[in-house]
Write a protein that binds this ligand. Sequence first.
Ligand code: ATP
Ligand code: MG
Length: 393
Amino acid sequence: MQPLPSDVAVVRFGEIGVKSEKVRGQMLDRLADNVEAVLEDRDISGRVERRWSRILVRAASDGSDFDADAAATAAADTFGVVSTRPAVTVPPERDPIEAAAVDFATAHPEGAPFAVRATRAGPSDAHPFSSQDIEREVGTAVGNATGAPVDLDDPDVTYRLEIREEEAFVSAREYDGPGGLPVGTQGTTVLLFSGGLDSPVAAWELCKRGLEVLPVYLDLGAYGGADHLARAEETARVVGRSAPHVDMRLRVVPAGALVEELVAATDATRMLSLRRAMLRTAEAVADDIGAHSLATGESVGQKSSQTGPNLRTTDAAAGRPVYRPLLTRDKPEIVEQAREIGTFVDATMNVGCERVAPDYPETNATVEQVVAAEPDDLLEQAAALAKNRYVVE
Ligand code: ATP
Ligand code: MG
């Protein structure tokens, strides 16, 4: 016998739950909209219901087929979601709950250790059993049906019983989400986006904290390349898939002439002037769109331009705070995360900044030293470049 087809995707969130009532309400509305956008973008039908402690996705009222597993998988890609479960809705009573769990257990992998976890919501006398009671009883029933052992510490399968006052949800599968806050609850940041390993992960982390991210790519002309740009487009698209209602399309700024000038005019502090110019371009974009901050994928000490003193010289070119979500992350961690979120691109491209870099970069520059070496109108030129930006569809 096949287990009951699930009729609901239960969407769980974390940090939103500890906000004040007003903020929580607003964030929940936003999260529900964001889940809906992800479902729509992937052509998954379903009606999103916003409850106080959960979001539920159920069959749409137009009678179209509902695939709770597909809805749960998609919803788990939404920023702000901690996890999702395709589940069966039953009355909040012992027998139907147990029957649903035993039904799921018909698909239990042979001999796989399992656990049963119950949570109850509502007044303490809402149900004539405690969470422990029902865990034990359902555990016995699943054990009898499958012959599999219980392992509460490290189960292969966890049967979850979420028992509320009006209904109960029984599930045997859970998908992890990114957690954090819903995109769109924390305003907009302009991210310098090279599309390499770091900046797409930085975009992900910023979205995860609820920011809308506008990615800006500087086309370095002869020092850049079509494959470099294509990689940036592709990785921006991958991150954008988790917030499809937000305009995260790559903004491209042609900057070849400025880079040529910098290469001719500067040496040991060249990369610092380039970063300063990039930040100033981003700042002009931020002025245009009303973003409150700038962001990069830099981390302390990753490159010579990213030493503590050098980051200070680049920050001095920006009026807004510069967010660096990867500031303290090790490269292997960043690479692993890039693989997980799908922005890892196999080919290491020796294009872009590496080719602009001088042989002997300064690692301990002062602002005065950098400014003295760079063209007088560098930052004005950089700001003016923002007007030439174009959108990649
Ligand atoms: P990434 O850091 O994205 O992997 P990278 O390591 O090739 O790129 P770095 O020299 O580490 O480049 O660049 C540091 C940061 O500067 C990047 O994370 C990004 O925020 C910004 N940056 C570098 N090149 C560009 C570019 N061509 N356009 C926009 N931003 C850039
Ligand atoms: Mg980098």
